[in-house]
Design a protein around this ligand. Sequence first.
Ligand code: RIB
Length: 310
Amino acid sequence: MRIAVLGSLNMDLVMEVERLPRPGETVAGTSFSRYPGGKGNNQAIAAARLGAEVALFGRVGQDRYGEELLSVARAAGVDTSGVEALPGEITGVALILVGRDGQNQIAYAPGANGRIDEAFVKAILPRVRSADVLLLQLEIPISPLAFLLRRLPEDHPLVVLDPAPVQDLTPLPLHRVDYLTPNREELGALCRAPVKKKDDLMRFSQLLLGTGAKHLVVKADQDGAYLAEPGGVTHFPAYKVKAVDTTAAGDAFNAALAVSLAEGKGTYEAIGYANAAAAITVTRKGAASSLPTRAEVQDFLRHPYRHPVG
Ligand code: RIB
């Protein structure tokens, strides 16, 4: 089962704080660490740890962060031959604050991630076409993504798009997206209204489904996930665990969904598996460092109630 990931690689500079600051406020940090991250890189590493053959496509700078990111991805079994190191450009960097409840705030400087263009996409097209599943996110420019989607055959590979960070999806041919996976905030932003209650979530997910994607899966943190299909919305409750850092939980979810679908599982089973991978991820610190292996997810699914919840 082969998974292609086109996306970002970032070095994450992470500070833990008692609580996330309000605009204009300064708060003291309680620890500082550096972790490999970037949504594309995290999803590639997660899929490889879950047992898939993974090729990552992206760009880094010719610097220490770029080298470190590639060596961590390679060590996890990811084929990084499709990641280019660009001269004169920095590797992407993300600044992340993590509060005591595990919630985070992230800002990132795209650096080389922002230099992915149509020529790059054209060059990787044959390798992307031969994958079973293609994982995409929005930390790289949107127009090469649209270019890529328009050049894929109608039914292969299966495309999973994480619309994060959220932006206008109009340039994308969404009918070529099999699974669109916003979180609650992204769903609200895409529908231009906050998701305050479950009813909003149901209504907005049906609305977004109407824009063309074949399945809409809303990642709803402690509430688990919701699948919107033309016939209605199904809820998949979350596993109860103690969250220490929610960074990359969405990436673990998307990668696990992709691996499960690539193995021929149905959507419902794949979402259950993705919920388990995300639950394990929030119990650990960092991005790539927190992603579970296949054995860990299998063990979790055998004993889902053995984990501390508070
Ligand atoms: O999804 C988590 C990732 O978002 C972090 O690793 C950070 O790099 C940001 O891109």
